[in-house]
Design a protein around this ligand. Sequence first.
Ligand SMILES: [Zn+2]
Length: 775
Amino acid sequence: MSRKYAAGWLFLGLAVCRAAVPSPESHFGQRMGADQMVLDWAKVVSYFQSLPDASDRIRVEELGKSTEGRPFIAATIASPETLAHLDRYREIQRRLADPRLTTGSEAERLAAEGKTVVLITCSIHATELASTQTAVEFAYRLLTEDTPRIRAILRNTIFLLVPSLNPDGVDIVTRWYRRTLGTPFEGSSPPELYQKYVGHDNNRDWYMFTQKETQLAKLHNVWHPQIVYDVHQMGSNAARIFVPPWLDPIEPNIDAIIMQESNMIGTAMAADLTAAGQKGVAIHAMYDFWTPSRHYQAFHGGMRILTESASAKLASPITVKAEQLETEALGYNARERSWNFLEPWPGGVWKLRDIVDDQLIAMESCLYQAALHREELLRNFYNIGQRQTARKSPWGFAIAAGQRDPGATRKLLETLSFGQTEIEHDAAGDQVIRMEQPYSGWAKALLERQHYPDMRLYPGGPPQRPYDVTAHTLPLLMGVQVNALDSAPPGLAQGRLPGKPATLKAADSDAWREVSRVWTGGGKVWRDPLTGDFATASMSGWKQIARPRIGLYRSFIPNNDEGWTRWLLEDFGFLYSSLGNKEIQKGSLRQRFDVIVFPDATPESMENGFAAGRMPPEYTGGLGTGGAEALRQFAAAGGTLIFLNRASEYATRHLGVAARNVVHGVSNNEYYSPGSILNARLDTHHPLAAGLPEDLAIWSEQSPAWETAEAAPVHYPESNVLASGWLLGEKYLARKAALVDARIGTGHIVLFGMRPQYRAQSYQTFKLFFNALIY
Ligand SMILES: [Zn+2]
């Protein structure tokens, strides 16, 4: 039947009954989770958009477009009576979220009246593809089944469902899976990032909000959910599913009530999974609760629940033998019973449908707990806001007017503000953030220094690897001076963002945008040879500089850091071309480029790429000897090669740069810098450091540090190297170089012992990177 006729029949039948809810099988042609089942995003969207015609339990909204222009959708599922009054429930949430608006007795009444708001987000990591299929089937069940549990869920909760936080990735993975189906590469991951710029780091963007998808998930800020359940998959050889409690460390600004509740909800989900007969359920294992880049909601009054299911090979089944199961997973042994892993999975065939089955139970359980505990969860939600608002030490933070980098200062304030931090200004024109506000822990976490605990796998043993990184101090990353306040400064008034800076300085991020806009528009840029400042109109004594022709290395091994670099170059208006192994091997690079950038990657992956047999032949191989020779010629002929972080070792191994990495081969027990902010000193007379302060903070991630006779304009201090996070082995770094400028022929090879463009956050060291681009 055509759509038109169907709509007509629907119209005629409205008075009697709605069209039947279409089953997933009827829409997609197969059961969700069937072997080799992958989804096209357009079909997922059309399925969800067909549901409101057939059911009064659901609404579907397009929140905007993804990075590559696909619809980004969310469903709201609840009883029809609840859906008819969503504005009222949103208002209840808003009032409960902010105890300054609401008295205790009002809160009691609102807790009695309100619903628990639960947001479930799926497949942000697109190769973890099961959860979008689970979302389809789960939505169908909520609209069609009539069990006591589902009735309780519909009556007591408002369920916001995002079937994918990364719609582009759904299609990237589906396309690759179909292309390789029936070949030796069936079930492999695609040889490209599954989010255009940041790949897997798309769930490390939850305080900087750089990517469209992070900005689109504004449901958090509109609805203030009590629970956000984010659905993931992990490796294949340990537990079948992880559910909270989380591992230590727990970020110190997260309210204890939130963690107690997530222990409660997680353990209840584990009990439901076990009661349903599912094996291999792990709790309190593997995943810590530190960085706000993954745990937005936990700083905003709600829980973040995570499940991580064992993966198959995308949609293809696998067999895991008992002896392949891990004995040393973090927190448990996958072959033995323990308090937090009570029924080991014995091994065997593992399919997409097994993952969907576990996730269906977990989703229903999470929502049922939300329904059962509705009133306490809402009361506690208000209580959490009260406790956050009562934070007394410090009174607040001040961001002084007249910062060295007004552009980065503005960006810092915008970032805090997007995360619902309230900002005021005082009589002196400083920006002020008081702790007397519902998300004070959020602002505090991002403004203070982190003291990551010295965690070991066993007493005296090697360090326990943090799940992600250990530092998130934005003032250090962005080069903005922020001071803690003991009391309220005079003349506080509602905040406003500072205006754009009046002059163009190298140390000024907005200035960089201006300059690069001129470049991309074909205009001219002048630079003061003494101060490193920039101007876009000719000034006497200033030197005109040329727009750099940039090549950015991009191999077939998906590399988040490469994507972040692309994003940054585009954000600041630079022009660049991506360069693959074969293009580099062809040589004659100097005719086309002034500078070639190598993002953070291991030297082995650059040299060799994918090994033969691991991928279709057109995706295998690396730079090889031909690539190294072409790069040497490029630099000898006056080009600049820039190597970021671990990629620097490629230059010392293959291009003859004379710098000894003093931490090469040093064990983790001795040197460990797992995503930390370190203090460094600059030689500001060197052109790479032009326009920067003498002291700055750099992003270190097991970064190299050098002894070298070449120019080294950035080096570590003698002591007090750690600025924020966790560092073992300071003595190895003392006085060693963190930036090397090696001459080769008439060109340069620049080694960065840091990630200067770290996840689009390190505004201060962007400038070192930009200086190298125009060297
Ligand atoms: Zn994941």
